[in-house]
Design a protein around this ligand. Structure first.
Ligand code: TXA
Ligand code: MG
Length: 337
């Protein structure tokens, strides 16, 4: 398949929107990561997204809208809490899980009776959704298991030849995927951490917000979770974000971590390995979020054999969100100093 590379001009966005409306696949920028979009209410189009990504079909997709009133097509009831969060945080990197309407195919929700919805804070994305007249189902635009794409070139690397078009926009401002919050119960539950923190949500709703237990246990791969525990966001159980290189995380006090990174680097290089280091400033959590996936991809492209990364503090909510990705990337391979 030949993949069209489109710009963000009006005429190119019109083309991209027509492809979506006709059941095709278009990758596009959002503020978090690039998405791989299809008409969310067209089961066949959605099925082709799974095929293009090589993704297991029980992993549900996030449905993107361009205006709050489009929610009424996707869900049976918009609660007061949902209205409050949408009013304060949309457009933005927050996804809300809610009861789905009959219009949403089970293909889109991976067989669940709930649907995940967000309004992205990106002009190109909003224009594309609006012009297509569709709600757009979009997982991250990477081959399943690879680091999420935060730049157009990352999308081209993974998706060229597999989809109809790629809208080449700017680099993603946030760099990690949206916060996913389950709004189906009285207490909102964070299923995937992101830069919108539980504190922020609690402050808006004036009620407690909790992390999903499976998420806190680090997921099945961490070995911390009970095998009988079923993740509520099915995406959490898969191998994720993995670079081609081997990866190890060093955790501990900042000074000691820096020393250990250098020691490990020297040791690996002396065995003839090509090494790559990832070390963010101790308190630069937003910058770490912004750079993390791009760093992984750059190091892979440089052909390094091993990536040695310094852990971030998980007591910070954004640090926790980045560590959620970093631990999965490294397959939970961690040394403590
Ligand atoms: O920032 C983002 O959210 C990006 C951009 C493109 O918008 N999208 C994204 O999609 O990260 P994806 O497919 O890579 O991740 C979707 C996550 C998965 O962890 C999935 O299991 C969860 O959302 N999810 C989707 N629908 C759900 C549902 N009905 N119930 C629980 N979790 C759901
Ligand atoms: Mg993804």
């Amino acid at each position: 398949m030949e993949t069209k590379i489109l710009a963000t001009t009006e005429s190119d966005l019109e083309q991209a929107a027509a492809i979506i409306a006709a059941g095709g696949l278009v990758a596009f920028p959002t503020e978090t990561v690039y998405g791989l979009g299809a008409d969310a209410l067209n089961a066949e189009a959605v099925a082709s997204v799974y095929a293009a990504k090589g993704r297991p079909s029980d992993n549900p997709m996030i449905v993107h809208i361009s205006a709050i009133d489009e929610l009424s097509r996707l869900t049976v009831e918009v609660s007061e809490d949902m209205k409050l969060l949408a009013g304060e945080l949309w457009p933005g990197p927050l996804t809300m899980v809610m009861k789905k309407s009959a219009a949403v195919p089970l293909r889109t929700t991976g067989g669940l009776d709930t649907v995940a919805v967000r309004m992205p804070d990106n002009r190109t994305a909003l224009e594309l959704i609006r012009r297509s007249g569709c709600a757009i189902a979009a997982p991250s635009a990477n081959i399943s298991g690879r680091p999420s794409p935060t730049r157009a070139k990352d999308v081209i690397q993974d998706m060229d030849g597999r989809i109809d078009a790629i809208v080449e926009g700017e680099d993603c401002r946030v760099g990690i995927e949206s916060t996913v919050v389950d709004m189906t119960g009285d207490t909102p539950v964070i299923l995937r951490p992101g830069i919108i923190t539980p504190h922020r949500i609690a402050e808006i709703l004036k009620k407690d917000v909790v992390y999903d237990e499976f998420l806190l246990a680090g997921g099945a791969a961490a070995g911390g979770a009970d095998k009988n525990m079923r993740p509520k966001a099915p995406g959490m159980k898969y191998k994720h974000y993995a670079p081609k290189a081997e990866m190890v995380i060093v955790e501990g006090e900042d000074e000691k971590v820096r020393a250990e990174l250098l020691r490990l680097q020297a040791q690996k290089e002396s065995c003839g390995m090509k090494t790559g280091l990832i070390m963010f400033g101790e308190r630069d959590f937003a910058e770490a979020a912004h750079d993390f996936f791009a760093r992984l991809r750059d190091l892979d492209n440089e052909g390094v054999d091993i990536i040695i990364a310094g852990a971030l503090s998980e007591s910070d909510e954004v640090g926790f969100a980045v560590m959620n990705r970093m631990l999965k990337s490294a397959g939970y391979n961690i040394v403590k100093v």
